[in-house]
Design a protein around this ligand. Sequence first.
Ligand code: ADP
Ligand code: ADP
Length: 236
Amino acid sequence: SIILETKDVHLSYGKKEALHGVNLDFEDNSITALIGPSGCGKSTFLRCLNRMNDLIPNTTITGSFQFHEREIYASTIDLVELRKQIGMVFQQPNPFPFSVYENVTYGLKLTGHSDRKFLDEQVERALKQAAVWDEVKDNLNKSAMSFSGGQQQRICIARLLAVQPDIILLDEPTSALDPISSAQIETTLLELKKEYCIIIVTHNLQQASRIADRTAFMLNGNLVEYDNTSKMFTNP
Ligand code: ADP
Ligand code: ADP
């Protein structure tokens, strides 16, 4: 079922219009890839979905963003809650300079959880879902920054999973990683889609064809094609 639907999204950075009316919908338990040449607006669109663009001055956004029965840009929306429900992973792994345990419990502690047993359980669940538990379980008190890039990226995914999001946004999550780490992340995402709605920006068409159920192709701030990935990559 559709969990998030955008209609007629326009975005301008000052006078420069970067999105010219994007209509997209996203289903639960699926991976959608956003592809298109550099500068076409993929990251901009992704950042609209959890209101990260609000942080960029002089940005004007219009259109509708229905998430469950709510409008993401309604004045009553709690941004901390929104970014928990719609979490984001970036190109460069960005763990906090604390231990693995502190990274993964960060969001839970912010929302008032302090029971040690509960936190331990959630840390184990989230790191297992992110497929990095076996590699870090004996070093939960070590700095997250001391692990490899691929491990750091999966720790970041676990940090996001700890707070039980509905939607996971990923902005080129593997382009800073080696091929093996990149393949591990892809496998992890294919597992995670059984429970989450996943939206991934990628410049890697093979990656889209390997993991995405649906693919949206953008050009110059417009959505030019949106279909099942198998159809997108078949010659007519
Ligand atoms: P993509 O992710 O497809 O590479 P972006 O969303 O990063 O594209 O960028 C879309 C357009 O908006 C580009 O022309 C880019 O230069 C411009 N842009 C992106 N971020 C900003 C910003 N913070 N301020 C001004 N222009 C921006
Ligand atoms: P990506 O395509 O992955 O978004 P970019 O190199 O286009 O990466 O952008 C890196 C950062 O610079 C982003 O935060 C983006 O918003 C910002 N940016 C991109 N283009 C511009 C621009 N023309 N003016 C100001 N900031 C920009």
